[in-house]
Design a protein around this ligand. Sequence first.
Ligand SMILES: Nc1ncnc2c1ncn2[C@@H]1O[C@H](COP(=O)(O)OP(=O)(O)OP(=O)(O)O)[C@@H](O)[C@H]1O
Ligand SMILES: [Mg+2]
Length: 154
Amino acid sequence: MKLNLKSLTELEQFAQKFAHALKKGSCVTLHGELGTGKTTFIALVGKYLNVTEYITSPTFTLVNKYQGKMEIYHLDLYRINSETDLYNMDIEYYFRKKNALVFVEWAEKLESFYPQEYLKIEIEFGENNTRIFQITAQGPKYEDFIQRLNTVDN
Ligand SMILES: Nc1ncnc2c1ncn2[C@@H]1O[C@H](COP(=O)(O)OP(=O)(O)OP(=O)(O)O)[C@@H](O)[C@H]1O
Ligand SMILES: [Mg+2]
């Protein structure tokens, strides 16, 4: 699915809907240039999953963990330089979590470490400071998610 989000308000409305359609055990990857709003989106989804802590990018730690309606892991791979780094941080540990929700920022760095199934969100700059979200299911589980997203009521 493709969306054009014209403001932070529209982004927040979508984040709310997205949060309500999500189930634990999901993995969401975020792709897009610096400043497209990957962290902002994760923070807003977290807000609607009842995270009270301030969600910010885990730049130095690589991973932040939050407790909301479910356990949330926010991985930021910006500083990852090689697959050895991914191996050393035991990235697959997070993908095995059945009761958590995992967000991966700068997911293009995953290379051979991509999980079997995931929801892919690509963000681009549109005209007049808007954002274009392209959301694709990688695997049947996330095709169901996109269906739910299209039908969910806030
Ligand atoms: N849909 C939107 N409309 C307008 N502004 C937005 C939108 N989404 C994010 N922004 C603004 O863009 C800026 C950068 O956002 P953010 O830090 O979330 O980007 P990022 O993709 O995580 O960047 P980085 O690659 O550095 O981690 C913030 O000031 C945020 O308020
Ligand atoms: Mg960020």
